[in-house]
Design a protein around this ligand. Sequence first.
Ligand SMILES: *Cc1c(COP(=O)(O)O)cnc(C)c1O
Length: 366
Amino acid sequence: MNVPFVDLRAQYDSLKDEILPAIQKVIESTQFILGESVAGFENQFASMHGAAHCIGVGSGTDALHLALWAMGVGSEDEVITVPHTFIATAEAISLLGARPVFVDVDPDTYTMNPELLERAITPKTKAIIPVHLYGQVCAMEELMEIANRHKIPVLEDACQSHLATRNGRPAGSFGMAAAFSFYPGKNLGAYGEAGAVLTSDRALAEKMRMLRDHGQKERYHHQVSGHNYRMDGIQGAVLGVKLKHLPGWTAARQRHARLYDQLLRNVGDLKLPTLSPDTSHVYHLYVILSKQRDDLRKFLEREGIATGLHYPIPLHLQEAYAGLGYQKGSFPNSESIGTKCLSLPMFAELREDQIRFVCNKIREFF
Ligand SMILES: *Cc1c(COP(=O)(O)O)cnc(C)c1O
């Protein structure tokens, strides 16, 4: 048996009859950029989150960059985030000339440790980006309390956490703004690059809409020098169709996770995902930790099982960020997770027999 890490084809096969006419409609309307399909998706996505505004953009990286820019982050500023994340989180900071300041993650939830946040705040801190990693919402109550006390805006990196909740509130509804990615492999994936920012701050939304489209509010009148972050019409149409299925796909991921949990309990030295109380994890990734990660990964590959690493080298040890002056040992939890993490196959269409096969092989390895 072969078990892929994700299977985008299986999802397309189940959606073909809905997706193709939606794409055709965009092509025939020739609204290739923004237009009705994007506006329709923006409205649906915003209301699903109880947010007042959604700004559809070209990618999750664009979403992070645009939101920080609109918040006024510039070259003299510091922005706090975690080193255990995808590099795009920090790139959005560096692209504005600001300095990424890292705080370590919690050893169980793998998200920003609120106890370490306060110490990293300086007079230069202009924003905080907690990352809802793997599909689980950060300890937002604690993080927001600290951020609010210091009057620092929070941008949630919700690129992996579509429809995840904490105390009944969805990811993306806690901070001043939230960035989402619709990269094809994400829980809600476009057929190309796409992303979005959610906010309920009207002034921020207006600024982002302007910056997204070359700083113009009205055609030919460029109030500020902006950029092109616009979402494609075809992506808006694909996302509009897929959004209706997202709750069902999320429930499927959660069922798969329960089965993994059950079949992998007390196997070898495995550490399984920890659910923090009051959160619903949406399992963008099902990540296990093992000291024998590299051997286990090779073994599974030989058995036809694809796995991933998210993320083996924390950002403070990347060559790109050598200039920040961090050392090996600066963030022990992120470093330890990096050497042990292994992402198992996870997608809505994954079958029970495939999960059983993966778990049997893992048991066999140990
Ligand atoms: C995917 C991802 C991004 C970037 O999204 P793109 O759409 O690929 O640009 C940013 N942050 C995190 C945590 C991600 O997983």
